[in-house]
Design a binder for this molecule. Structure first.
Ligand code: X6L
Ligand code: MG
Ligand code: MG
Length: 154
C-alpha cells in the first residue's frame, strides 16, 4: 500500500479549545491507517469570515497515511461529529474543524474535496502553523491577528 503525506489544519473556538485540539490529534494517532509525523505550535487567532465569535486556537499536522483523500476526509468528518461539531452559523463557532490542506502534490477541484484547500494561502491562521512543520517557500506576511501560544506542546 502506498504511503501518502497530508497536511491538515485544525481549529477550535468553543469549549476547552486546547483540549479539543488534543482530542482530535489523539483520535488521528489512534487510527491504524494514519501516523502523525509533524505537529505545529498552537496559535491563538482572530476569527475570519464571521467576526462575532471567540478567538480560535489553530494548529497544523503532518500525516503519513495509506488512506486515499476521500477516506481521510471521512476520518476528519467523523472526528468533527465525535467532538460534537454542530453547524448553526456559516463560518461560525465550532468545537473542532479539520481541513485537508495538501495531499502529496495532488490538485483536485472536486467541490466535495478541493485540494489544495482553496483559501489556505490567504489565511495567516493556516500559514503560520504550517510553516512550523513544512518548508514553505512562499512569503508569509506579518499578521497581528495570529499570536503564538508559547508553551510546550504534547
Ligand atoms: C469574505 C468572505 C472574507 C468569507 C473571508 C474566511 C470565509 C474564512 C470562511 C471569508 C471567509 C473562512 C477559522 C476562522 C473560520 C479558523 C480563524 C474560513 C471558515 N475558520 N478563523 N474562520 N481560524 N482564526 O480556523 O476559514 S470559518
Ligand atoms: Mg476550516
Ligand atoms: Mg472545515
Amino acid at each position: 500500500m502506498d504511503i501518502h503525506t497530508a497536511y491538515l489544519s485544525i481549529g477550535s473556538n468553543m469549549g476547552d479549545r486546547e483540549d479539543n485540539l488534543r482530542k482530535a490529534i489523539k483520535i488521528l494517532q489512534d487510527n491504524d491507517d494514519i501516523e502523525v509525523t509533524g505537529c505545529a505550535n498552537i496559535y491563538e487567532t482572530e476569527p475570519v469570515g464571521y467576526d462575532d465569535q471567540p478567538y480560535f486556537l489553530n494548529t497544523c499536522l503532518e500525516l503519513k497515511t495509506t488512506l486515499d483523500p476521500y477516506s481521510l476526509l471521512k476520518v476528519c468528518q467523523k472526528i468533527e461529529s465525535d467532538l460534537h461539531r454542530v453547524r448553526l452559523i456559516k463560518n461560525g463557532p465550532r468545537t473542532i474543524d479539520l481541513d485537508i490542506l495538501l495531499y502529496d502534490d495532488l490538485i483536485s477541484d472536486d467541490p466535495i474535496l478541493t485540494i489544495p484547500h482553496p483559501r489556505m494561502y490567504e489565511r495567516a491562521f493556516v500559514l503560520y502553523p504550517l510553516k512550523d512543520i513544512m518548508d514553505y517557500k512562499g512569503k508569509i506576511p506579518e499578521d497581528k491577528s495570529v499570536k503564538l501560544i508559547d508553551k510546550p506542546y504534547i
